[in-house]
Design a binder for this molecule. Structure first.
Ligand code: HSE
Length: 350
């Protein structure tokens, strides 16, 4: 039996809980996985812990009806009011799902959550770009030193396996360049502008559709892509970078005329994040709007869809395209990591 604690219980955390409730029997049949969500701690929605496992349907009812998990029915072993750190350190959880809000300036509180979990010999699965973009090497080394698992697939392109696919399935190739459309909000805005919608109306629709970050400055100024480029450089190219060192230009300065001028030349304006291996082993990175010729593989990627292109020395270019955001899609990224956590545990025991 694997015990899970959810740290943060917004849309993504709730989506993961729904997936577990719905697929528990299948996960058990297919992978021998038995799962209990034992604890939830959220800054705004309160906390609840039962070492025997919480009833997920009841838990979701409470949070969706009352906006808090603290209306969960009392019981002999039900404890309420634990802080996030108390939940991480003192409960019977084996895996911490860290899905608190992203602060990429300090990485907090997610950074501390990860470190304290590792020190307590607990595995962490997160969709939070902050700690991974800021401290990839430190956190992966810490997890390894404590013999625990650290999963962060959802930090780049949500559940589309932009990290694990190249690391596992393309293993053996040298990846010489990675470029991609890594932000749904900006791609949606640019695609809408191609149809004649104004920048402001397209941004408002991206907010309504839930693609945009809480502060869309992160999207439109390219900061969200910059953090993802830092994660790609660290995780896939082995070159940890300070995201602040990545040159970054967003789309807020683009006008309807710029978009039209590209179309007139049969080109598409796209916000591209790029990491390119240099002859001395270092990498060159960029985040900027680029004009792509109509036959470029990324030119046909429209709307909120993301895509990433890996140039491999043995296989040539490989492109992966899919969702880059969304409640269920990002909740699914936690499931992919969780299944790989189970494989990691089996290897540890072998
Ligand atoms: N705001 C991001 C996007 C969500 O639009 O792609 C995922 O990081």
């Amino acid at each position: 039996m694997t015990n899970i604690a959810m740290i943060g219980f917004g849309g993504v955390g709730q989506a993961f809980a729904e997936i577990i409730a719905e697929r528990n029997a299948k996960l058990q049949a297919d992978y021998g996985m038995e799962s209990n969500i034992v604890a939830v701690a959220d800054l705004h929605k309160g906390s609840v812990y039962d070492k025997n496992g919480l009833d997920i349907e009841v838990l979701l009812d409470c949070v969706q009806r009352d906006g808090t998990v603290e209306t969960y029915p009392d019981g002999a072993d039900v404890v309420k009011g634990l802080s996030s750190l108390e939940t991480i350190e003192t409960t019977s959880a084996d895996v911490i799902m860290e899905v608190t809000f992203t602060d990429v300036t300090t990485g907090e509180p997610a950074m501390t959550h990860c470190k304290r979990a590792f020190a307590s010999k607990k595995s962490v699965i997160t969709t939070n770009k902050g700690p991974v973009a800021l401290a990839y090497r430190e956190l992966t080394e810490l997890a390894e030193a404590h013999g625990v698992f650290f999963g962060f697939e959802g930090t780049v392109m949500s559940g589309t396996p932009a990290l694990r696919m190249p690391k596992e399935t393309l293993a053996g190739n040298e990846i010489t360049e990675i470029s991609g459309i890594l932000n749904g909000t900006t791609n949606y805005i640019l695609t809408e502008m191609e149809k004649g919608t104004s920048y402001e109306d397209a941004l408002a629709a991206a907010k309504e559709n839930g693609y945009a970050e809480a502060d869309p400055t992160n999207d439109v100024e390219g900061y969200d892509v910059r953090y993802k480029v830092a994660i790609l450089a660290s995780c896939l190219m082995g070159v940890p970078l300070d995201s602040a060192d990545i040159a970054c230009e967003g789309i807020s300065g683009l006008t309807a005329d710029d978009v039209q001028a590209a179309l007139d030349q049969q080109e598409k304006l796209r916000l591209i994040g790029k990491v390119k291996r240099q002859p001395d082993g270092s990498v060159k990175t960029s985040v900027q709007p680029e004009r792509l010729k109509a036959d470029h593989p990324l030119a046909g990627v429209s709307g909120a869809t993301n895509a990433i292109l890996y140039k491999c020395d043995l296989l040539g270019p490989v492109m992966l395209t899919g969702a880059g955001a969304g409640r269920k899609e990002t909740g699914f990224s936690l499931l992919i990591d969780y299944i790989h956590y189970q494989k990691h545990q089996s290897r540890q025991l072998a």
